[in-house]
Design a protein around this ligand. Structure first.
Ligand SMILES: *[C@@H]1O[C@H](CO)[C@@H](O)[C@H](O)[C@H]1NC(C)=O
Ligand SMILES: *[C@@H]1O[C@H](CO)[C@@H](O)[C@H](O)[C@H]1NC(C)=O
Ligand SMILES: *[C@@H]1O[C@H](CO)[C@@H](O)[C@H](O)[C@H]1NC(C)=O
Ligand SMILES: *[C@@H]1O[C@H](CO)[C@@H](O)[C@H](O)[C@H]1NC(C)=O
Ligand SMILES: *[C@@H]1O[C@H](CO)[C@@H](O)[C@H](O)[C@H]1NC(C)=O
Ligand SMILES: *[C@@H]1O[C@H](CO)[C@@H](O)[C@H](O)[C@H]1NC(C)=O
Ligand SMILES: *[C@@H]1O[C@H](CO)[C@@H](O)[C@H](O)[C@H]1NC(C)=O
Ligand SMILES: *[C@@H]1O[C@H](CO)[C@@H](O)[C@H](O)[C@H]1NC(C)=O
Ligand SMILES: *[C@@H]1O[C@H](CO)[C@@H](O)[C@H](O)[C@H]1NC(C)=O
Ligand SMILES: CC(=O)N[C@H]1CO[C@H](CO)[C@@H](O)[C@@H]1O
Length: 675
């Protein structure tokens, strides 16, 4: 009988029963009994599908019973499950969100003796008649020819108690071998000492917290037939501290973590921290928070956080007690007093001394200083000398070329400073002798190539001196060392630099120069009025954002930016509740619309859309205000009022990018000085 005909049957039967006037309901519609034939193998599982139907899908209290050949094996009533001897731990109800019926069971770790007739039946204790005479019938055949009759089943024990896995074979002379997680037990001495076998079954006594895992038994008879089956062991215990440091240093002024190293199964449910003998509850201490794993997180460490701490982890079974005291010492991180230059350019054979020194906050304490190569090659021990923090390399060679790092560390923190050694004969150079001529709207730059290599490409970086954003333009014809930058405003001061790049992408910036365009700056144009990001903005904001209510939700629409569309990577739609600072929601799309399925009623929202370019510039639209009325008003609303707050944002991504470039340039200038 298929599902739909069964439902039809259920429906008409229900009508009939209602007509009779009694509240009797029933579940199993198999009037005409048809057994389901199932077959499986020892060690496998089988699902018995037993659908229960209720009138109008309204579930009333019921008792589900599964019988095997007249004897109860499993029952379920009001959430309570019971399986009889031999079936406990092997039967579970199938999750209701599968396609199986509500009364279905999953019988696992199949034994040979599981073969036979099964019946699913249901009783309604609060109704008469309380049952239908016949249930659903199943016949299970367990395929023969197997060695195993009873495979092991999953076990959960408390640490220290005994665990037993059965593994019974038909063949008396069969050899049973046990494995844990694939490793033969005899190769795990610690476990093997506590394990014994009897008639093939494995007994672990006492169990230990390290024992959980998959246990498999392999049965082999004299003819060489082999069969394996496996089950899992879970060992539970009170939460306990396993490792404790007697001293922990936290870095002053930075964030810090104080760990509690514990083991817990079942998982941790609570943790208690004490400081100097008193309860230390992060909920009552500003700037201190719990991490998910029970560790304490200090957002900004200061002296008030030093002290003697203990932690006491706990789970459902309780706790083994507190950790030994952890002495927390607040340590100021090291600070460099002298750092090496960014770049040292030397000839081979010369001697180079690179200075480096650092102090702690505490006068009488110095951090450890070490030098290393960033490419993790070893320093040439026979040619180097360390004096305090200074590193001297004698008799320089080509192989000394590379990036170096001076590292200063104490218990609280590690800081480092990078430098680079270049050996003269192979040094590349940045473009230099950059000069410029200007007129009203353009500037022509010339430079001397820094180093002659095949396929060097140049690009010009420029910006108005009073704006942060750089704009770039590539020089397309190879070998050129001149470029005219046009579309500039008259009478303004600009900054230029030239970047040379080889085909590996390694590049160097020239020194920056500043040049004014000729003519007068037009009085009525203020940079910040014309375009929000200055004229080097790379992408414009989405325009004309509006929000309207549709059947699917709140439809946010906008128009693409005026310029920079080619650069567009995606739009970000964000909405905040008025007066709240955090985003209530956000989404990314490449469409020019987005549907917000639902919003809280009787609240005011601000929507904005950001255009994000491929190089992470962002430009935000104006904000659009929307008041979502209470439910009753909803039909009458005219949605939204656009507000003219020009909310213009050079978002973090964009300014970060520019800053990186800026830093690069500063470093370059420093390098020039080092020459
Ligand atoms: C029945 O149990 C087995 C073993 O735990 C599992 O692999 C399988 O997915 C289960 N089937 C259903 C329908 O729950
Ligand atoms: C036995 O335990 C394993 C691992 O926890 C689990 O995947 C499997 O479903 C369990 N089998 C039964 C029959 O509960
Ligand atoms: C081993 O199995 C046999 C037969 O099944 C039984 O008589 C005997 O008591 C078992 N031995 C132990 C130690 O359980
Ligand atoms: C606890 O979690 C934090 C991060 O949330 C991590 O830094 C710390 O190492 C973790 N501690 C332990 C003991 O796992
Ligand atoms: C230390 O930091 C806490 C916040 O974690 C702050 O409440 C306290 O005032 C600070 N104490 C000092 C001395 O700065
Ligand atoms: C390390 O180098 C710096 C700068 O060159 C110098 O002032 C200092 O005396 C040097 N220290 C030692 C121990 O040589
Ligand atoms: C540098 O540029 C100036 C002006 O463009 C020029 O006179 C001079 O020869 C250049 N120097 C080199 C080394 O190219
Ligand atoms: C502002 O200057 C532009 C040219 O730069 C000119 O076209 C415009 O008329 C000026 N506007 C006012 C209000 O002076
Ligand atoms: C903004 O959108 C509305 C409706 O979507 C449209 O009527 C209007 O012309 C648009 N305005 C602009 C400047 O495109
Ligand atoms: C096939 C079967 O078991 N049918 C039974 C259904 O219930 C009636 C009444 O209990 C029995 O007489 C049938 O044998």
């Amino acid at each position: 009988m298929d599902a739909s005909s069964r439902n039809r049957h259920a429906f008409s039967s229900t009508i009939l029963l209602l007509l009779i006037g009694r509240g009797a309901v029933f579940s199993l519609m198999e009037e005409e009994k048809q057994a389901t034939m199932l077959s499986t193998k020892v060690g496998e599982y089988v699902v018995f599908n037993c659908p229960l139907d209720f009138p109008h899908d309204y579930v009333i209290p019921y008792i589900l019973r599964w019988n095997k050949e007249g004897a109860l094996v499993f029952s379920s009533y009001d959430g309570g499950l019971q399986a009889t001897e031999g079936y406990a731990g092997r039967i579970s109800l199938v999750s209701p969100d599968t396609s199986y019926g509500r009364g279905s069971i999953n019988l696992t770790n199949i034994r040979e003796s599981d073969g036979g007739w099964y019946e699913c039946s249901v009783f309604f204790p609060n109704r008469t008649p309380s049952t239908r005479p016949n249930g659903t019938w199943f016949h299970l055949s367990v395929e023969g020819g197997t060695l195993l009759t009873i495979p092991p089943i999953n076990q959960t024990t408390l640490a220290g108690e005994t665990a037993q896995f059965t593994c019974v074979s038909k063949d008396k002379d069969a050899v049973v071998t046990w494995y844990k997680d694939g490793v033969q037990l005899s190769n795990i001495p610690d476990l093997n000492n506590r394990a014994s076998t009897s008639n093939g079954s494995l007994i672990i006594s006492p169990t230990d917290v390290t024992d959980p895992g998959e246990y498999s038994c392999a049965v082999k008879n004299s003819r060489g037939d082999k069969q394996t089956a496996s089950a899992y062991l879970n060992v539970q215990y009170k939460a306990k501290v396993v490792k404790s440091l007697s001293e922990v240093y936290l870095p002053y002024g930075r964030s810090g973590i104080l760990d509690c190293h514990f083991l817990s199964n079942p998982p941790l449910t609570n943790i208690r921290w004490e400081k100097d003998g008193f309860l230390f509850d992060p909920y009552n201490v500003p700037g201190v928070f719990y991490r998910k794993n029970g560790s304490l997180y200090f957002t900004k460490v200061n002296e008030s956080h030093s002290g003697r701490y203990t932690c006491t982890p706990g789970n459902e079974l309780g706790t083994e007690g507190p950790s030994p005291p952890i002495n927390v010492i607040v340590q100021r991180p090291p600070m460099f007093t002298i750092v090496p230059h960014n770049l040292y350019l030397r000839k081979s054979g010369e001697t180079l001394e690179m200075p480096c020194d650092a102090v702690d906050g505490d006068d009488n304490h110095k951090p450890k200083i070490a030098w290393l190569r960033k490419d993790s090659l070893a320093l040439p021990l026979d040619r180097i000398k360390m004096q305090n923090g200074n590193l001297t390399i004698k008799n320089l060679r080509d192989s000394d070329r590379g990036l170096y790092q001076c590292v200063a560390s104490n218990e609280a923190a590690t800081i480092s400073s990078d430098t680079e050694i270049m050996i003269d004969n192979v040094a590349p150079r940045a473009p230099y002798n950059l000069s410029a001529t200007s007129n009203e709207n353009s500037v022509t730059l010339t430079w001397v190539p820094g180093f002659e290599r095949p396929k060097v490409e140049y690009s010009v970086w420029y910006r108005a001196a009073d704006t942060p954003e750089w704009r770039t333009t590539k020089i397309t014809n190879q070998g050129a060392n001149q470029k005219t930058v046009s579309n500039l405003s008259p009478g303004r001061l600009y900054e230029f630099m030239v970047l040379s790049q080889d085909r590996h992408g390694d590049g160097m910036f020239s020194k920056a120069i500043r040049v004014s365009t000729k003519g007068w700056r037009s009085n009525n144009v203020s940079l910040h009025e014309t375009t929000p990001l200055g004229q080097f903005q790379q992408i414009g904001p989405p325009r004309n954002v509006s929000v309207s209510l549709t059947a699917d939700g709140y439809l946010v629409t906008w128009q693409p930016p005026e310029f920079g569309r080619d650069e567009l990577r995606e739009y970000r739609v964000r909405w905040t509740q008025a007066s709240m600072e955090y985003f209530y929601g956000s989404a990314e799309t490449q469409d020019t619309m987005f549907i917000v399925p639902s919003l809280e009623e009787d609240k005011t929202y601000y929507f904005e859309v950001l255009a994000v370019s491929h190089n992470d510039f962002q430009a935000a639209s104006n904000k659009y205000m929307l008041h979502v009325p209470g439910y009753r008003q909803i039909r009458a609303i005219a949605v939204g009022v656009a507000v003219g707050i020009a909310f213009l944002l050079v978002a973090a991504g964009g300014s970060w990018y520019v800053r990186q470039l800026y830093i690069k340039r500063l470093q370059q200038e420093a390098k020039e000085e080092a020459y």
